[in-house]
Each structure stands twice: as C-alpha cells, then as structure tokens.
Design a protein around this ligand. Structure first.
Ligand code: ADP
Ligand code: MG
Length: 697
C-alpha cells in the first residue's frame, strides 16, 4: 500500500521532481523562472522537455498535449504522440523543447469574438512554466496560454497572468514605502470552494434537458425539498463517500490539495474545498477538479452536475472564491499584524480592496455573469446581484474611528492613529458568518461569493487583481511623493474610507430593504447577464484594463461579444430542448394518458347522475384545459426564439433572449409542471424531481 504522502503529486512534474530529474544548472534556471518570472532560454527548455518526457513515459504516458483554457470556459487539449519513426522500422520517443514551449492547435473553432479575423488566422499555445505539467489519461499535459499570432489573448489564462504581474508590480512599490526591501514578489492566492450535485446516471440518461443543458427545464416540485435542512453537514451516504474517496485520491495524485468535503443545503448537493494556492495554479486546479469530478462520478454510476441551477426551487451551486495577497517571504498582506507599523500596512491594503470593489463593482458583477448564474443571483439563496462588502463588527468599528478621528471602543479613549496604534485583536470566528454578503472579509482573506459553480475562476480573479493593482498604483503615486509618510498614509486611508464606505454593508443582503438602500447609495444592481454586459465596455472599465496592461481594447471588445453570444446560444439550446421535449414527448404522453382515462371513464356506467365527478372525469377535464394552454405557450416560445435568433447584433440578441425567450420558457414550464402533477408517474415520459434528487442512496 502506498501512502497518501507518497501518492500526493505523483503525476505532477513539480519542483521536487524537477530537482530529482533535471541537471543542477537547468534546475536552477527553472527555479528562477518559477519564483522570479525569469524567461527560460531555448537550450534550457530542451533539457526540461527531455527530462519531462522520460519521467512521463516512466509513468505510462504515451502522448502529450498543450492544455489550455479557451473562452468556452472549459479546458481544451489536442493529443500528440511522443512516438517518432527512427527510419529503421523502429520508433523513438521524442519531445523537443520547441514542442514544450509552443504549440499550434487548429484554433479556428474556438471563440475569438472576431479577433482572429481581424489579426491572424491561427492561434498558438505558449507554455506557462509557473503551473506544473501533469499526467492525465496517459497524456502529459502542459499548461499553456492561448493567443493569436498578433499576441491577443484568446483564453482565460493570459489576462489572469497579466493581472498577476500588475498586482505584483504595484504591491511591491507600496511595500518598498514601508521599508520592505526583502520581498521580491507578491502574488494573490485563491482557495475556491466548489459546490456540485450528484445524481444517478440511469435517471440522468432519461432527461434530455440535463443532457443538453445541464439543468432541468421542467419538473414539478418533489414532496420533500430542503425545508427540513437535514442535508447540510448531514451524514454522507456510503455511495457518495466512496465517490469522494476516489475523487480525493485522483486529485491528490494530480497535486490538487482537496481538503474538506461535506453535504450542502440541497438534497444531493455537496461541496469540495482545496487548500489555497497561487491564483494562477488555483485556477488550473479548479478546472482540473471540475473535470475529474465528472469523470469519477461516471465511474460510480452517477453524474456530477456543475450547473448553477440544476433544479428549480432547490438551492443552486456556487463557488466561493477565497482571495488574499501574499509576499514571497510568507506574509499575508490581508492579515492584521502585531505592531502598529504592520497594522498600518494591513489597513492600507484593506482600504485598497475596499476602493477597488467600490469602483469596479460593475466589473466584479460582470465577471460572474452567465445564463446559469442568473438563476441564483438575486434569488433568495445566493448573494444579491448588488455587490457590497462585509468587514465584521470590529474592523468596521476601526474604520469608523479612523473616519471620525475618534476611538474605536469605549475603553480606549485615544484617537485611532494609523502607524501609532495597534489594532485590537479580532477573534477570527467573529469576522465571518454573514453568509448573505457577496464580498466578505473573513479574518485574513476576502471571500467573493457570487461566482457560479461551473465558471472558471479566472475572470473574477483577473478583475479583482487588476482593480486592486490599479488602486495600489494610485496609492503608491501619492505616497511616494509625500513629505511626511506617516501623515500622508493616515490621510490616504481616511480619505479612502470616507469616499468608498457606501460599499460597506454588514446587514442581511437578502433583505428588500437593503436593495432599496443600495439604490440610494448609488450601487449598481444588474439583475441579469445582458444588463451587466451592457456596462463591460464603459469608459472607466476600458481605461482600467488598458492602463494596467491586462487587456487591449480589441481584446475587450472581442470578449464582450463572446459573452453576449454565449448567453444567447445557451438560451437558444434551452428553448429548443424545451420545444422538443414538449412537442415530441410531453404532449403526446398527456394525450395518450387522457385518452386512456376517457376510455375507462366512459366504460364506467353512471348510476346516479348527480354523483360527484369520478377521478377519471375530473382529470380528463383538467388535462383538456391545460394541454391546449401548453400548446399555445409552445408556439409563443417558438416564435420568440426565432425572432431573437434572427437578430444580427450580439448585444441586442442577448437582450431579446432575456426579454422574450426566457419569460416564454418560464410560462411554458408552469403549464407543463401543472400537467405533470395530473399525469400518472408511469405515464410521464421523464423521471421526476423526487426520482432525481433522491436517486443516490
Ligand atoms: P469556510 O468557513 O468558508 O468553509 P474554510 O476555512 O474552510 O472556509 O476555508 C475556505 C477556503 O479558504 C479554503 O479553500 C482555504 O484554503 C481558503 N483560504 C484560507 N486562507 C486563504 C488565503 N490566505 N488566501 C486564499 N484562500 C485562503
Ligand atoms: Mg466559505
């Protein structure tokens, strides 16, 4: 038996493996690349490639692939064999430095939002040496960025890496001002908590809506939902337990630090949280986690649903993005320190995040916008679509004292002076537990809770890193020129709190009163994806990304178009699936069932004419009232979908899908779900909500 310790990362070409497999000098070069971002020389890449190949073959790999994250949001790979004919009828296994560093996938079918048309026809992938290569399905996977020949980003990794550079640059400037000369790099860290549903595969296979769209488009409520709250943290069922063990083992081999697992609020819903790591790697690992979750589920006769809202009326799934900033010397910059000076630094970084979230609340909202997530945000389960920040009572009191130039508690009557006073000790647990806040400080990190379960965390973190970097740049500009650093620092923090405190809210985010208050404060509330996307290219947002070197204007335009198109495409597929299910299965089943009832009703002779209606008569009457209504709603949906699809402009198309197709879908669903409650379980063509939600025992 191998132990977990031996197994962990056994399929990863990590630093320990590099130390073992690479010549000393090459290893030193690699370390410089990994930790200091130094460029790797082509000769070094060749040596690394060769060692990587030998190691991979030893582990049973036969192929390699450049693994990348195009704008579809899922990962892409194209496998190539190591195998090369040696000319004497035999083969040799080859993998060159060139193949490691650069690839040219046939990129024409990945979304580019017009970028490739404008610039170059093809795209290429470029090795990201800061994320370790790994072996999956006998294939050596090389994490790569995906760009057009002109260098425009066609993926989610490139802008994320650029945003990491931006925050590194600006945070270092700030740290230098505090006399921190030992720090050479600053990185953000992320620990994404991943929610998911598990249902039985046999039942899944009988639901075209789940197969085509990932969510149920119809389904009457089951008698039991989540009202008893008996599932959250409940005992894990044996079949689920076996799944989780298998999943953990597989993730550990891939070097993913899966750590906690528990049941979630809804029946059949669970969560997995990893130990946090550098944002870029956490993003790769989350993609990998989602993929492995689905693969392992199949092995256990189940299907893992990652959609944000697989079941109406039951809590959906999100992804809490725990985010912080750390130095290479191991200091968490969002952790209150022990000395007045450390506290001052902490407060500066804290207020930088406050200002960033306030100024770019719209971009944060946009970064989590998707057709699936629209079903959660604003419903009474996930945070509202309004972005606000929760700091906890103690920290809020400290900021209040700074603002009012007073004391932060009754005992201490002294004025809170930054750089002079030590912050009170916050008991860590008291900071958290506002589960309704979209952006909560939890003692030493922020938890951004608006992300959808199926999304890559790249977009949200790109926005977060870039926005905070831009504020830090401003702060550094102001402080670098200061005559009296301490005084300027105090004023800067105070000014920032005063200017941006409208984003702070410690109450219940689900409350209607809050939504009215938020409006008064001028906070944005974009309820749906098309409404949010309409602000993506606002001038201030374009300025942010272009000035920080994270996106060019052309890249932003292409992204905006891709997101709009994506939204419309998803709704189109959902509409077509509903139409197909209604027309070819549901209405025929209803008609057949009504026919059989009518037949048995007429075969029962009525003895007393004024007797109450029989079950058969009553049901036939109800069905014959509802079925035509379903047929009518079906036509409305068909027409709405055709009209929306015909629109040329991607923004207008997305808006039409939201305004006309989505409501038509909802109306059809109401009638069909009504029909489901009348038709016998056996005669209904699809497994019910009860069947699906309680299928894994
Ligand atoms: P919760 O109470 O929300 O379930 P946990 O304490 O289990 O929170 O942690 C949630 C996630 O936060 C974990 O993935 C953890 O690794 C991550 N986390 C902890 N510290 C940091 C940090 N400094 N930066 C980023 N993520 C962090
Ligand atoms: Mg959490």
């Amino acid at each position: 038996m191998t132990t977990v310790r031996e197994e962990f990362g056994s399929l990863v070409f990590d630093e320990a493996t590099m130390r073992e497999k690479l010549p000393k000098e090459t290893f030193r070069q690699m370390q410089k690349t990994l930790h200091e971002g130094k460029r790797l020389q082509p000769e070094t890449a060749s040596v690394v490639a060769n060692a990587m190949k030998d190691w991979a073959i030893e582990k049973g790999a036969t192929h390699f692939t450049h693994w990348f994250q195009p704008m579809t949001g899922v990962t892409a790979e194209k496998h190539d064999g190591f195998l090369t004919p040696s000319g004497d009828g035999k083969i040799i296994m080859e993998f060159s430095g060139k193949e490691l560093v650069r690839g040219e996938p046939d990129a024409s079918s990945f979304p580019s939002g017009g970028l490739r048309a404008t610039f170059e026809a093809r795209g290429y992938t470029a090795w990201d040496p800061t994320s370790y290569a790994f072996i999956k399905d006998k294939t050596l996977c090389i994490p790569t960025a995906f760009c057009s020949y002109g260098g425009e980003a066609l993926d989610k990794k490139t802008p994320l890496l650029r945003s990491m550079e931006a925050i590194n640059r600006e945070a270092l400037r700030v740290l230098r001002l505090f006399g921190n000369t030992g720090v050479t790099s600053v990185k953000t860290t992320v620990g994404p908590e991943q929610e998911y549903f598990l249902i039985d595969k046999e039942l899944y296979d009988r639901r075209p809506d789940l197969i085509y769209t990932g969510r149920t488009l119809f389904g009457a409520k089951a008698p039991k939902g989540q009202e008893l709250e008996d599932h959250y943290f409940g005992t894990i069922k044996p079949r689920v337990k076996a799944y989780m063990e298998d999943l953990n083992a597989e993730l550990w081999r891939l070097g993913v630090l899966a750590k906690t697992e528990h049941n979630e609020v809804a029946p059949a819903q669970h969560e997995l949280a990893p130990v946090f790591t550098t944002t870029n790697i956490a993003t790769d690992h989350n993609q990998l986690t989602m993929e492995v979750m689905q693969k392992v589920a199949r092995r256990h006769g189940m299907v893992c649903l990652l959609h944000e809202k697989p079941f109406a009326g039951v809590n959906g799934s999100g992804k809490h993005n725990n985010w912080s900033i750390s130095t290479n010397t191991g200091v968490n910059l969002l952790e209150p320190g022990e000395t007045p000076f450390e506290n001052a630094q902490f407060l500066l970084f804290l207020t930088a995040v406050i200002r960033a979230v306030d100024e770019y609340q719209d971009l944060l909202r946009i970064s989590v916008a998707s057709a699936g997530n629209d079903h959660r945000l604003g419903a009474n389960e996930a945070p509202p679509a309004v972005v606000s920040m929760f700091l906890g009572e103690e920290l809020a009191a400290v900021l209040d004292a700074i603002e009012k130039e007073g004391s932060y508690n009754a005992k201490d009557r002294e004025m809170m002076k930054i750089g002079v006073h030590v912050l009170p000790k916050f008991p860590k647990d008291s900071t958290d537990r506002n589960r309704t806040s979209p952006f909560a400080f939890t003692g030493n990190k922020f938890e951004f809770r608006m992300l959808g379960s199926s999304a890559s965390v790249a977009d949200a973190n790109t926005v977060l890193n870039t926005a905070v970097a831009s504020v830090l740049r401003d702060f550094a500009d102001r402080l670098e020129g200061a005559e009296d650093f301490a005084a300027e620092l105090h004023n800067l923090i105070r000014d920032t709190v005063i200017a941006h405190k409208r984003i702070l809210f410690n109450g219940n985010g689900y409350d209607d009163a809050w939504l009215r208050e938020a409006e008064k404060r001028g906070l944005s509330n974009y309820k749906t994806t098309p409404e949010a996307l309409a602000h993506f290219l606002d001038e201030k947002n374009v300025r942010l990304f272009t000035s920080m070197g994270v996106f060019s204007e052309a890249e932003l335009r292409s992204r905006s178009e891709i997101y709009e198109e994506n939204y419309a495409k998803i709704l189109n597929i959902e509409a077509l699936t509903m139409i197909d299910m209604t027309k070819r299965s549901i209405l025929p089943a209803v008609s057949k069932f009504a026919g059989s009832l009518a037949e048995s009703a007429s075969s029962v002779r009525r003895v007393v004419t004024e007797a109450p209606l029989t079950y058969e008569e009553e049901t036939v009457a109800s069905l014959s009232r509802l079925a035509p209504s379903a047929a009518e709603k079906l036509h409305v949906l068909e027409n709405a979908n055709m009209a929306a699809r015909a629109l040329e402009d991607s923004a207008a198309r997305a808006m039409a899908y939201k305004d006309t197709v989505l409501p038509a879908m909802t109306e059809l669903r109401v009638v069909v779900d009504g029909l489901e409650t009348l038709v016998s379980h056996d005669a209904w063509p699809y497994p019910s909500y009860g069947d699906l939600l309680y299928s894994v025992r």
